[in-house]
Design a protein around this ligand. Structure first.
Ligand SMILES: Cc1cc2nc3c(=O)[nH]c(=O)nc-3n(C[C@H](O)[C@H](O)[C@H](O)COP(=O)(O)OP(=O)(O)OC[C@H]3O[C@@H](n4cnc5c(N)ncnc54)[C@H](O)[C@@H]3O)c2cc1C
Length: 411
């Protein structure tokens, strides 16, 4: 298994200081290594947690089964950071988390770019929501009303006002709302930067080895069993995205109600220096997210189809048709590809972040359609739980696993 970083807390039984382990860069992760924290899953959530733990000086190892970079859903996510535009009826508890996490991005993006030299494509120009017919206009109006009721101050625009903001918009646009403060980031580059920075700060990042059991001692979790041997740890944080709901090494009472919600996206390339739009454009049926390098991501389907990962002609056709309605010049863009991934969905659309009933076992999953947005807050909250021994994730109280049976019986 390739490993980067040097975050071992010291050998089992040694008194070596956290973070002072031997340099394992490019070496095998040795069995019997003991860490203060092990994070299982190297998507945007696991990476954010591992990086934040490393910032706090905790000896942490991150383990991911994939040899290649950066997570499953994380690799296909559009990267919209949209607490305002994505605010929906019935999701009032999610809003404060989304808003708080959005505020962490400017500082974090700058820190990561300075530390790693990786430009993460962070932009915060607002998201433009547009309607192309009367039905869509009614939906847009209800969305703006909800935003106002939640003190989010949406900017209603006339069709010509919208085209002033985004000149490439179709003349068919009938109304528009600018969601201020919303933005976007390139999730793949963001993940790369988090991983590089975590490793530089002493985290051990191991790719290509699956965790297939937990080490337990008198009911406590004390490490993980990997395909390459056991690793001891004071706490284990499970951040395995949509997979978390079907991990056969969690006890029934630890298994969170997470399900895969399939999403397909299309990637296009438009002429560099001639972007079709400068900010995310969102309709009732599709969204378009420009990347600084000239790519344009069109997404996304929302499909309850279990673990079916097929990219379908129907899905791609529908997204391109709807995207073309909004930005007609898109017809000239090059087709780079299409992919599918699984959002980790939960029964109430809130993430599941915090301690389980089992001492030493934490969950950080279920971020559904806002995992990229919520990653900085999740990283900071989980790191504080570990470092300060907190019972509940600060700022993410509504995400506590205890609301489901996963913590039933806890005293
Ligand atoms: C099409 C689509 C568009 C999206 N758009 C947005 C968006 O615009 N904005 C936004 O905020 N969110 C978006 N999301 C949601 C976001 O992508 C997810 O919420 C987020 O990526 C979840 O991150 P994660 O780290 O929990 O999971 P993942 O990224 O899925 O990572 C989980 C990792 O765990 C690893 N793993 C699993 N089992 C094991 C094991 N046993 N041992 C070791 N490793 C294991 C996997 O290999 C994987 O690397 C989108 C999602 C999709 C599918």
């Amino acid at each position: 298994m390739p490993a980067t970083g040097r975050g071992a807390a010291g050998r089992s039984g040694s008194d070596e200081a956290p973070g002072a382990g031997p340099d394992r860069e490019g070496t095998e992760l040795e069995a019997e290594t003991r860490y203060e924290a092990v994070v299982v899953g190297g998507g945007i959530i696991g990476l954010s947690i591992a990086r934040e733990l490393a910032v706090q000086g905790v000896g942490v190892a991150l383990l991911d089964r994939d040899r290649e970079k950066g997570g499953d859903a994380t690799q296909v996510a559009a990267g919209m950071l949209a607490p305002v535009g994505e605010h929906e009826f019935g999701e009032e508890s999610l809003l404060p988390m989304n808003l708080a996490s959005a505020e962490l991005f400017p500082g974090l993006a700058e820190e990561l770019e300075t530390a790693t030299g990786i430009e993460v494509g962070y932009r915060r120009q607002g998201g433009l929501h547009v309607a192309l017919d009367r039905d869509e206009a009614a939906v847009l109006e209800r969305m703006a009303d909800l935003q106002e009721a939640s003190s989010l101050e949406p900017h209603r625009l006339t069709p010509s006002g919208a085209r002033e903001v985004e000149p490439g918009l179709s003349p068919s646009v009938t109304s528009a709302v600018l969601a201020p403060g919303d933005g976007a980031i390139d999730p793949r580059l963001f993940a790369d930067a988090l991983e590089a920075d975590a490793a530089t700060r002493g985290a051990t990042v191991v790719r290509g080895g699956s965790v297939n059991a937990l080490l337990r001692d008198s009911g406590d979790v004390v490490g993980v069993e990997t395909t390459d041997g056991p690793i001891e740890s004071e706490v284990v944080i499970v951040a395995t995205g949509a997979e978390t709901g079907r991990l056969d090494w969690l006890e029934p009472g630890e298994l969170p109600p997470v399900r895969p919600v399939k999403g397909q996206v299309v990637e296009l390339r438009v002429g560099e220096g001639a972007p079709l739009c400068s900010r995310p454009i969102v309709t009732e049926r599709v969204y378009l997210v420009p990347r600084p390098d000239g790519r344009l991501v069109v997404g996304a389907t929302v499909e309850e189809r279990g673990w079916d990962r097929e990219v379908t002609a129907g899905g791609v056709h529908e997204m391109l048709r709807e995207a073309y309605r909004v930005l007609p010049d898109l017809a000239e863009a090059s087709f780079l590809g299409a992919s599918a991934g699984f959002r980790p969905g939960t029964p109430d659309n809130l993430p599941i972040v915090g301690r389980t009933e089992t001492p030493g076992l934490l969950l950080a999953t279920g971020h559904y359609r806002n995992g990229v947005l919520l990653s900085p807050l999740t990283g900071a909250a989980v790191a504080r739980m570990v470092v300060e021994g907190l019972e509940v994730a600060p700022g993410m109280e509504a995400a506590d696993p205890g609301r489901f049976e996963v913590r039933a019986g806890r005293t």
